[in-house]
Design a binder for this molecule. Structure first.
Ligand code: BGC
Length: 755
């Protein structure tokens, strides 16, 4: 009976959807029957009048082109007045009154800025991530926008790559869960709602595989590797109903993604069933010329035929498709299909009913940077911080005594927000110093000294400051600054050193070959450690850094990424124990750059190294194979113990399932959250499998002394992988279940499963 009801429910939904689609088709076909060729090509043109620019080109003659019906969408402006003004030109002065789509890089918040995505991933909390995207969507739509160039879900295993900060780290399972949470948060089930944004998953595909971690560099990998590790988060976003996809700058199997038919049509549409539209990245159409794919006309035709629908800024579609049509290089149908997809997106956004949907001059004051939004940003930031080290329970700090607060990021609002905060205002952010004063009150005596510039390296400084001065150079000499900091330390009970990267040392076009804390600050840290006072490092970073020296010498390290608008308050909450840190890193921290790429879900070699010093094993002469901090690692102010893993069955057949259970106990003195992680390995298979893969996680809260049973149900679905024919299935045999507090520290149990 229940099954019949479910089936009926499903049929009703399918029927309602089919009716809606038919209505949309009729509307769009009717509109297209009135459009000229130029107007159709115009819909494929995405322009920016300025604002946030990430390439050499900025669109010209924007107003005039809107009037002529030669623009489909606009990005880089926001605010109801500006959006209304531009939309008015489209709907009042263009021949067919077709509304524009307004997009922006809303990446980790719109004006209330949340932690950078790599930090948000460290929460392992999809509800919080979804909440942050919901708030971002509400604020962005209050500012007249309807489309976000987010989520960025590129898997990255190379921390030299600056854009590792914008994604969710190295794991496809965690990355997929977060991708879906973001899509749900932005789109809210219906992109026509006043406070919904259409999401755009990017950068499709494999952008995070850039060789040597160098920005925009070439990518080369096997199909098995792509399907198993790099593609799942994009697919997860598609499964969650993402409305649009952005193609990436790099080549995929030798052909630039933007002109890659296998990628944009075979895989995305035919295999995955994607129904939305695909936009290029910033001038990635014209950049195919430099990739060696021909002149602007040739690459534009290549992109259209591959399945690209919208050309961002290059104006290759606008200026060459007509000619290509007359020369038979593209067909009318190619143009119509792309145009239809753009118009369908506008229809789904409800823009034909109301082109000013959600645009209301009263909204910004009521909905942007509200107390509630700031509260949420503080909560998410607290959950994103990762306690990397805490010797002898030096943290949390007492709300009394004297603290030497030092470091170039300690009293620095400018660098709180991190990369990609197009509409964010750093002046609205809370510095660490301010946060400490807010949280610790008057009982704590703070002696502040800057101690060092963020960097004194002239090349690094100049390039970091390309878009504005984030790295300031003090009038005092480096030695004078260090001396003053040492004086402060000598007068204090504890030193809190706020050090790390400037906001734009990561993000687009911000690769680094040396991923340590810049030397000026390392010199400061060394001098502080020499005072003998306990040094607590509060770290700002958009990527895993090499922290071997810091790990050996600091008493505690709290990784705070770039925490956003409320970073200072959130950091102080954690430093003083108002919140017990629970973040876990979603990317391996190497000991040295020489170990890169280093990631937990690697394959075994034929000569695995067991740290026994034996010759002719896969190892280095000068360093261990282990990372400094493994994937999934993060401490708490309390301690957790894990029981052995109990399996409900150890011999299974076919579609049976089993439960794997551990008991986790809080053995310390603080209430705290723990993320319990499930990994599975498949030691014998038809392709060489990774040593283990994340397959589940649960976040639990435990009071001191409390224990909880945590159970994972394991199904054959979790055993599946791509074999060498790219068939996704599982194979009979033995499996190992690993459950633990991070990817290295696990309890294991074995089972046998026959098909
Ligand atoms: C970036 C994209 C971004 C676009 C628009 C490009 O340079 O790669 O992530 O969405 O610019 O700003």
């Amino acid at each position: 009976m229940k099954k019949i009801f479910l089936l009926l429910g499903l049929l009703t939904t399918v029927y309602a959807q089919a009716q809606q689609d038919a209505k949309m088709n009729a509307f769009v076909s009717n509109l297209m029957s009135k459009m000229t060729l130029d107007e159709k090509i115009g819909q494929l043109n995405l322009v920016t009048p300025g604002g946030a620019v990430t390439g050499a080109v900025v669109s010209k003659g924007v107003d005039e082109n809107i009037r002529k019906g030669l623009v489909g969408g606009l990005f880089g402006i926001w605010g109801p007045e500006k959006v209304r003004q531009a939309q008015k030109i489209a709907v009042e002065n263009s021949r067919l009154h077709i509304p524009l789509i307004f997009g922006l890089d809303v990446i980790h918040g719109h004006k209330t800025i949340f932690p950078i995505p790599l930090g948000m991933a460290a929460t392992w909390d999809t509800m919080l991530v979804e909440k942050s995207a919901r708030i971002a969507a509400t604020e962005a739509t209050a500012d007249g926008l309807k489309w976000a160039f987010s989520p960025m879900v590129d898997i990255a295993r190379d921390p030299r790559w600056g854009r590792i900060s914008e994604g969710n780290g190295e794991d496809p399972y965690l990355g997929s869960k977060i991708a879906q949470a973001m899509v749900r948060g932005y789109q809210n089930g219906d992109v026509s709602k006043d406070n919904s944004l259409m999401a755009c998953v990017k950068h499709f595909a494999l952008y995070g595989g850039a060789e040597a971690g160098r920005e925009y560099n070439t990518v080369d990998m096997s199909r098995v590797q792509m399907y198993e590790y790099y593609l799942p988060p994009y697919k997860a976003a598609v499964d969650a109903g993402v409305g649009s996809v952005m193609s990436s700058f790099n080549v995929v199997d030798g052909i630039p993604a933007t002109g890659n038919k296998w990628l944009l049509t075979e895989l995305l549409r035919k295999q995955w069933g994607f129904k939305g539209f695909v936009v290029s990245d910033y001038t990635s159409v014209s950049e195919m010329t430099a990739h060696g794919m021909g002149d602007l006309q040739a690459v534009s035709a290549l992109a259209l035929k591959a399945g690209l629908d919208m050309d961002m800024v290059a104006e290759g579609f606008l200026n060459t498709l007509k000619k290509s049509l007359s020369e038979g290089k593209v067909t009318q149908q190619d143009i119509d299909v792309a145009c239809k997809r753009i118009l369908e997106a506008k229809y789904k956004m409800g823009l034909f009913e109301d082109p000013y949907r959600g645009v209301n001059e009263d909204r910004p004051a009521k909905e942007i940077l509200t107390d509630d939004n700031r509260k949420a940003a503080r909560e998410v930031a607290e959950h994103s911080f990762v306690l990397l080290k805490n010797d002898a329970q030096i943290l949390p700090l007492k709300k009394s005594g004297t603290i030497a607060l030092v470091g170039p990021l300690a009293d620095n609002q400018r660098n709180m927000l991190g990369t990609w905060v197009v509409a964010g205002d750093w002046q609205k952010s809370v510095s660490v110093m301010q946060g400490i004063r807010n949280v610790a009150g008057n009982n704590v005596n703070i002696i502040y000294e800057k101690g060092a510039n963020i960097t004194d390296d002239s090349l690094l400084k100049a390039r970091t400051n390309a878009l504005g001065v984030e790295v300031e150079t003090d009038k005092r000499s480096p030695q004078d600054m260090i001396n003053e900091a040492v004086d402060a330390a000598n007068k204090a009970d504890v030193v809190v050193a706020v050090v790390g990267e400037a906001a734009d040392m990561t993000g687009e076009s911000s690769s680094r070959s040396d991923i340590s804390i810049p030397e000026s600050q390392e010199n400061l840290l060394k001098a502080l450690v020499q005072t003998g006072k306990p040094v607590v490092i509060v770290l700002f970073n958009g990527r895993p850094l090499t922290l071997t020296w810091e790990n050996d010498h600091a008493k505690a390290i709290l990784d705070t990424w770039f925490g956003g608008t409320e970073a200072g308050n959130a950091i102080a909450d954690v430093l003083f124990g108002n919140y017990n840190p629970s973040g876990k890193i979603s990317t391996t921290f190497p000991r040295s750059v020489g170990q890169i790429p280093i990631y937990y879900n690697h394959k075994n070699t034929g000569r695995p190294f067991n740290n026994d010093g034996a010759k002719f094993k896969s190892s280095y002469l000068d360093i261990s194979n282990d990372p400094l901090y493994p994937f999934g690692y993060g401490l708490s102010y309390t301690t957790f113990s894990y029981s052995d893993v109990k399996l409900s069955k150890t011999k299974l057949k076919g579609n049976e399932t089993l439960n794997a259970t551990v008991t986790v106990s809080n053995t310390g003195k603080f209430a705290g959250e723990e993320t319990v992680q499930l990994y599975i390995s498949d030691p014998v298979a038809s392709v060489s499998r990774s040593v283990k893969d994340l397959k589940g996680f649960q976040k639990i809260m435990l009071q001191p002394g409390e224990s909880k049973e945590v159970t994972f149900t394991i199904t054959p679905e979790q055993l599946k992988f791509f074999n060498s024919d790219l068939k996704y299935d599982w194979e009979s045999g033995d499996f190992i279940v690993h459950i633990g507090t991070n990817s290295s520290d696990v309890k294991i149990a074995k089972l046998n499963w026959i098909k």
